[in-house]
Design a protein around this ligand. Sequence first.
Ligand code: GLP
Length: 241
Amino acid sequence: MNIIKVQDYAEMSRTAAEIVIGKVKGNPEVILGLATGGTPKGMYDSMIEDHVQNHTSYEHVTSFNLDEYIGLKPNDPNSYHFYMNDSLFNHIDINKGQTFVPNGTPDNSDEECRRYDERIDSLGGIDLQILGIGQNGHIGFNEPGTSFNSGTHVVTLEDSTRQANARYFDSIDEVPTQAMTMGISTIMKSKEILLLISGEEKAETLKRLFDGEITEEFPASILKKHNNVTIIADQKALSGV
Ligand code: GLP
């Protein structure tokens, strides 16, 4: 795993955006894997700023998001569909027909999961996957214990994950108990992965990623087996290392 050490959240965001923008300029038809949560928000802001100033075009880019809450419709302000539209897609020239986020209200979730993976494969796979990380080492919504062989699937969220994400909801009771997420094997098939880590609440997590063994009890540990992972971490996240 390559590591880029940066000062703070702002520098992490700019650095990550520069990498993504470089990919888009190098291959206008690039397939991006995108993430939600607080971590990538600043990166999206930098991409929007660049789009306005330098007119980087996303017209031919395709994107696949990692996950979505089960039970939330795309227009629900807490859904990841809404987050992506609000944080990025509404502000750049991407063709929304080429932006894919798992359907949180499917008629048949097994079928939806299978189709999601099939679509990624049929387009040739994800070129660059952006990841954040949960304090318990989850990537996407793959909680500890998830099989490393998993494709896109439905998960039951850990209480700690629901609590960590409750800040976006009116109360913890409103945080969905399940989500649909790209699986670990879906993520590992990406040609390149960019993991963003910021803040002291992630310091223990980053230390465990560096020092710990590869185990399904700490999902992000599988990234050590990928041959093209870059971590961008800020000083606070690196404070435990
Ligand atoms: C959620 C998302 C993950 C994200 C994690 C960390 O659980 N499903 O993709 O990485 O939260 O979120 P944050 O970046 O807000 O710390």
